[in-house]
Design a protein around this ligand. Structure first.
Ligand code: ATP
Ligand code: MG
Length: 773
């Protein structure tokens, strides 16, 4: 493809043709920033710049691969192969490997992931005889990570009274010592953690001028995508490498800065001009990705942020559909709506599953969506994450449940026999396994008869094993009288699976707690459904259902087109024809944890901006009226972001004003008349109410779902029956009006209405969503 310059607009072309010197491209979403970067690299190569001299840093390795493919289309595959492209972590890990000896590391150093780091810290804290409640390994790991990302080495820590004081204040005076020990131990083990990959690169470049010179000479052209989300450590690396030739091109959008919780610093973008006084600034204003409605709606929201650079975003694309807003009764209903809508849009518009993406604020929200998609047999994948039932904390609990149903389940037993830690080590488990093989019994049986057989396990460990066994036996007894939800709740509480996580407080721990709670919600939903349908609602049946879900995961063919599910944080730079943003509720999005300061709230708003601007053609914004959170059914309010979108871009699929809360309904009727023996009635009542409301008119059939819905004609009749000549009605957009005449039948029935605002209008009733006053 040699006419690549023709596929750029004038502003983009200027940026591609600007070969030397520092430059910054600041532009809104979908304006071709990444495309410019890609073609700029291709162009440099066309101009004779050696691929080896180009370094390009991207947000994900996948983005780098895609860019490389495009570049290969221009310059050929073999040339493109020589480009240095990837995330900061992957590129600098590669450089560190060839320079490791200078820092005293082996070139085959291990990279510790977060779990490895936490494990090491746990043992350090134990060895130092510190109180593990006060010195929580995960929290210490977070703290050390933030030191490293701000380039606070151990020595810098001990030279900084403010940092030490902060730790004193938090009653953790030994943080510095732990930090020192941790760094020493990593060094001895020949290991670097994720943050070291950046910190050690900085160290390398700072301490060894000849190494710095070598890489400065090598990377004569440096490009950084998503620059708004670089942290201080990354910023310094780029600055050092670019210092000699100053051929540095960064692209970004301050309105899409969403990683401040990981130390990303929006100031990097704002300071670029100070660092490079002769910087050339390029602005791209035309959006090629989205419809007018989407672009303008996104603009109307982000305009509310005070901290932002001035920039315009417009598009010459079609106006497109209005943005659909859907209220559902519950989170389960929200999942079903999304699955149904995806399915119908596929049928109606000849689309494939990979044209769709569902975005959520927190990981645990994927459960309801996954369950609903699976029930409809729609393929999906979790982008950059793990399917709900595959997540560690979920598998742990499921293992407990599996064991109490079947104590011989060896995989489950091995997973939890020492989780949470109860002093049953690997050697003991090995010995139990050998004995089990020898006696041809299960490990659980061996534990049962441990006093009667010849096995080399000391009495204190035997005791621990028996305690474990007794706990499982107790659960089994409980299971005889309790339903699956109650049992799961007991297990979670008694095993203290979330207690510790709750205390931890780090974002990862919070997400795990949410997942566990979501599992309990899932079990509730399961029981309710089954009881209503007169089917088996036992724990065994639930586990069977989960096993099938897991099977669905394992059969997933990664190349098969599938619906993408991801958190908004993961969605940066991506685009899809249809986007569903779910859970648009106060305290969920914006998150309850990010509403305390203006800057936190502005970051949430940027997240919303990122989410909405992923959509090319159609966007759905959904929210649930009630949702299980923190183990309780709570009423939720629509997110302020819905209010913030200029109304003219919206299409309400459900009336804006909600029905009286289901929650209140549920709370009032405390199930006096529920059949005996069903101990868990709350959701049943809730479902009943849901169905009633559904049957009435609460949930209308969304506009573009009409055509093929088998039941649409019956549902449509509901609307027909409501409206008669002479009625005063209210329309979402046009306000109040009087029905003058009716014509047509069924789905074609129209009403002529005299509105106060816009005068006479003929509206198709099935779309008009009139409220009779
Ligand atoms: P984001 O801020 O979300 O990362 P971006 O600014 O990087 O967005 P791109 O992803 O590069 O934008 O471009 C958005 C979409 O518009 C892509 O599908 C891209 O191919 C297309 N596009 C960009 N520029 C043009 C152009 N001049 N002509 C046609 N399509 C274009
Ligand atoms: Mg981009």
């Amino acid at each position: 493809m040699n006419n690549y310059l023709d596929s750029l607009n004038e502003a983009q072309k200027q940026a591609v043709l600007q070969k030397d010197g520092p430059m910054i491209i600041i532009a809104g979403a979908g304006s071709g920033k990444t495309r410019v970067l890609t073609y700029r690299i291709a162009h440099l190569m066309q101009q004779g710049v050696d691929a080896f001299n180009i370094l390009s840093l991207t947000f994900t390795n996948k983005a780098a691969r895609e860019m490389k493919e495009r570049i290969a289309g221009v310059v050929g595959v073999s040339e493109a192969k020589n480009l240095w492209m990837g995330t900061f972590h992957s590129v600098f890990a590669r450089i560190l490997r060839s320079e490791a000896d200078k820092l005293g590391f082996p070139s085959n150093f291990t990279i510790y992931d977060t779990q490895d780091s936490v494990r090491l810290l746990t043992s350090i804290i134990k060895e130092m005889n510190l109180d593990k409640e006060r010195y929580k390994a995960k929290q210490i790991q977070n703290r050390i990570s933030s030191f490293k990302n701000s380039l606070v080495t151990v020595r810098a820590y001990f030279n900084n009274p403010d940092l030490q004081e902060a730790d004193m204040h938090a009653s953790r005076p030994r943080v510095g010592d732990i930090y020192k020990e941790y760094v020493d131990r990593c060094f001895k083990a020949g290991a670097m953690d994720f943050d070291d990959l950046l910190l050690r690169t900085n160290e390398l470049l700072a301490r060894f001028p000849e190494v710095l010179a070598k890489y400065q000479d090598r990377f004569r052209y440096i490009m950084v995508d998503e620059y708004q989300d670089t942290n201080h450590s990354q910023y310094l690396i780029v600055k050092a490498l670019a210092d000699r030739f100053q051929n540095i091109c960064v692209v970004g959008d301050d309105s899409q800065s969403i990683y401040s919780f990981r130390g990303a610093n929006i100031q990097n973008i704002l300071n670029f001009q100070k660092d490079y006084p002769d910087v050339k600034t390029f602005k791209l204003e035309q959006n090629y990705r989205s419809t007018k409605n989407i672009v303008n709606a996104a603009n109307s929201v982000i305009a509310r942020n005070k901290t932002k650079l001035d920039k315009e975003v417009w598009t010459s694309n079609d106006a497109g559909d209005s943005i659909n807003v859907m209220r559902t009764i519950s989170d389960g209903e929200e999942g079903r709506f999304v699955a149904q809508s995806v399915w119908e849009n596929m049928m109606n518009h000849q689309l494939k599953p990979d044209d769709f993406c569902v975005l959520y604020r927190t990981n645990s929200q994927s459960r309801a969506i996954e369950d609903a998609l699976r029930k409809k047999n729609i393929d999906y994948k979790i982008y950059g994450g793990i399917s709900f039932y595959q997540r560690k904390e979920i598998k742990d609990i499921l293992s407990y449940l599996r064991i109490l149903i079947n104590p011989n389940d060896e995989e489950a037993l091995k997973r939890i026999i020492n989780y949470p830690a109860r002093g049953i080590g690997a050697t003991t488990i090995d010995r139990l396994t050998i004995a089990a093989n020898y006696y041809k019994k299960s490990i659980f049986d061996i534990i049962k008869y441990i006093d009667k057989i010849d096995i080399k396990i000391n009495s204190s460990t035997k005791n621990k094993l028996q305690n474990f066994m007794n706990m499982i036996l107790r659960f089994q007894i409980e299971a005889q009288t309790k339903n699956a939800f109650e049992i799961a709740e007991i297990v979670v509480k008694q095993v203290r699976l979330i207690k510790d996580l709750e205390k931890d407080g780090t974002p990862e721990a919070v997400s795990k707690v949410e997942n566990v709670q979501e599992l309990l919600n899932g079990i509730k939903d399961f029981i309710t459904d089954k009881i209503e349908q007169g089917e088996d609602a036992s724990l065994t049946a639930f586990l069977e259902d989960v096993a099938l879900a897991t099977d669905f995961d394992s059969k997933k063919d990664n190349d098969k087109p599938s619906v993408s599910l991801m958190t908004i944080h993961q969605s940066k730079g991506l685009e899809y024809k249809y986007i569903y943003i779910v859970g648009l509720e106060e305290n969920l999005f914006p998150s309850a944890m990010s509403m305390n300061t203006r800057s936190e709230l502005e970051e949430e708003r940027r997240l919303f901006y990122v989410a909405l601007t992923r959509a090319e053609k159609v966007a759905y914004l959904t929210y649930a009226q009630t949702r299980y959170r923190w183990g309780k059914l709570i009423d939720s309010e629509p997110s302020r972001f819905l209010e913030e979108i200029d109304e003219q871009f919206l299409n309400y699929l459900t009336p804006k004003v909600p029905e009286p809360s289901i929650n209140r309904f549920v709370d009032k009727s405390l199930f006096d008349d529920a059949p005996k023996g069903i101990r868990f009635q709350k959701p049943i009542q809730r479902k009943k109410k849901e169905r009633e409301l559904l049957k009435k008119k609460e949930i209308e059939i969304p506009k573009n779902l009409k055509k093929v819905t088998p039941s649409s004609s019956t549902k449509t009749n509901l609307f027909d029956d409501n409206v008669t000549v002479g009625n005063i009605v209210e329309h979402n957009r046009f306000g109040r009006g009087k029905v003058l005449a009716l014509e047509g039948k069924g789905p074609n029935k129209k009403a002529e209405i005299q509105f106060g605002t816009v005068g006479k209008k003929k509206l198709l009733l099935q779309f008009a969503k009139l409220k009779v006053l």
